[in-house]
Ligand binder design. Structure first.
Ligand code: H79
Length: 424
């Protein structure tokens, strides 16, 4: 219950008139959680904080005076924006979303609206500028995360209950003096912004959301805004953190997912998802019509944890092999099967086999469309797909399964259409 007040009651909007085709086709993207908290890496005053490290300021109840000292030592000399953008490309990701400002209030960009920003660190250089430029160079879109209400550094921001009195907070003043001016800087100084990930709208008022949205729309009319702007005014829906829906969702939506159990880097979390797990979660999301925003958490020195980078590059190899079945596809729901899932494009169904069936057979629900042809996507070797009275059975020859997931293409005489919406 306590957390409910952070999210607002209506974040369902996921329809928009903006130019969203690129977003619909993109499917896979990189989230980057990086900031002063990355320096702490899950540890404060000798105490270890397992779980989400970007919340360490609140979890350890660190006062602003002490937390701000992290800016004096923030010097991520190993950060290389081109390398990170290249990692996104290698992983098969089509856009990148960077925490321009998280709840701790520190901005990774040169801000005139608040001196609590990257310019006033030993590093000095504008990280948003570097990454926006690097993404453009690599041909992928750039977007940012911005915590519009929660700002633990400001007495008028929302959320810092351990140092300030919430009753005294003048949230409108904070919006006018920091959030709106900083968002204006972000949408005017860094070229095209593909999308914005706002977060934890909390007590934000309808008029405040309208003002924020109008500001973004004025300078970036096609920038897609997520539902966590609040009050049902987003262009696409952000599901709950790490949430994959059990059934298809219409409209534009995104699942954001951690690589381990924290968004920001922690020294104490080794629970990395494997390439197979990441691919399977991607399949789950795209078979229901969404985008998969997958997170990396660079260290305080700016380097991406090597194991995280290696796993993403490995995942990217599988994605590259089956790109036809991934990008630009639509949902095709075959029931909540764990063994397989599908996408579609034109008259083709792409059937992802996550667990190879022992009898080399998959029973699909009955299609109205007639099967014309079926084959493995990787080597084009033939597969038998037979229309039965109540199902379509796909039978394949003995072969080496792809250890991540194999993909079978089934071509129909028309757009794949199931006999019934009620499958299994
Ligand atoms: O940016 C990431 C998270 O920091 C952010 N959303 C994603 C994208 C987020 N905002 N709110 N939450 C996550 C909910 C956080 C709840 C908790 Fe906690 C934080 C539960 C456990 C840690 C607060 C602090 C309650 C207990 C400790």
């Amino acid at each position: 219950k306590g957390m409910d007040e952070l999210w607002g009651e209506d974040e369902k909007a996921n329809y928009t008139d903006k130019d969203y085709q690129w977003y619909k086709e993109a499917k896979f993207a990189m989230f980057i959680h990086w900031g002063l908290y990355s320096e702490l890496a899950g540890e404060h005053n000798g105490k270890h904080y397992y779980g989400i490290n970007e919340w360490i300021m609140r979890r350890a109840a660190i006062k602003t005076g002490e937390y701000r000292k992290l800016a004096e030592t923030f010097n991520p000399v190993k950060w290389d924006a081109d390398e990170v953008a290249q990692l996104a490309v290698d992983a098969g990701m089509k856009y990148v979303v960077l925490t321009a400002k998280h709840h701790d209030g520190f901005a990774l960009f040169d801000s005139k609206a608040s001196d609590y920003n990257i310019s006033n660190t030993p590093y000095k250089k504008d990280i948003v500028k570097q990454l926006a430029k690097a993404c453009k160079k690599k041909g992928i879109r750039f977007g940012f995360y911005y915590s519009q209400m929660q700002d633990w550094n400001e007495k008028d921001g929302f959320g810092n209950t351990w140092e300030f009195d919430a009753k005294e907070a003048n949230v409108q003043k904070y919006m006018e003096e920091k959030a709106l001016p900083q968002v204006k800087e972000l949408v005017t100084n860094y070229g095209d912004i593909g999308c914005i990930f706002f977060d934890t709208p909390g007590p934000i008022k309808h008029e405040q959301v309208l003002e924020l949205k109008a500001l973004v729309d004025k300078y970036q009319p096609n920038c897609l805004i997520n539902s966590r702007i609040g009050r049902g005014l987003g262009d696409f829906k952000t599901l709950g953190d790490n949430e994959i829906p059990s059934e298809p969702v219409d409209g534009l939506w995104e699942t954001c997912d951690t690589h381990n159990n924290t968004w920001a880097y922690s020294n104490f979390d080794f629970n990395w998802k494997t390439p197979k797990e990441i691919s399977h979660r991607l399949i789950d999301v795209i078979s229901k019509g969404g985008n998969y925003l997958f997170n990396i958490g660079p260290k305080g020195d700016g380097s991406v944890p090597e194991v995280s980078a290696m796993i993403l590059r490995e995942t990217g190899k599988w994605i590259a092999k089956y790109k036809e079945a991934i990008y630009g596809t639509e949902a095709l729901y075959l029931g909540g099967q764990t063994q397989f899932a599908a996408t579609q494009k034109g008259n083709k169904m792409y059937l992802f086999i996550k667990e190879w069936p022992k009898d080399n057979k998959i029973y699909l629900p009955k299609f109205q469309s007639k099967v014309k042809n079926a084959y493995f996507l990787d080597d084009k070797s033939a597969v038998t797909a037979t229309d039965l009275t109540s199902s379509t059975v796909v039978t394949f020859p003995l072969r080496m399964p792809d250890p991540v997931a194999s993909v079978i293409v089934v071509e129909f005489d028309s757009k794949p259409k199931l006999n019934s919406d009620k499958v299994f």
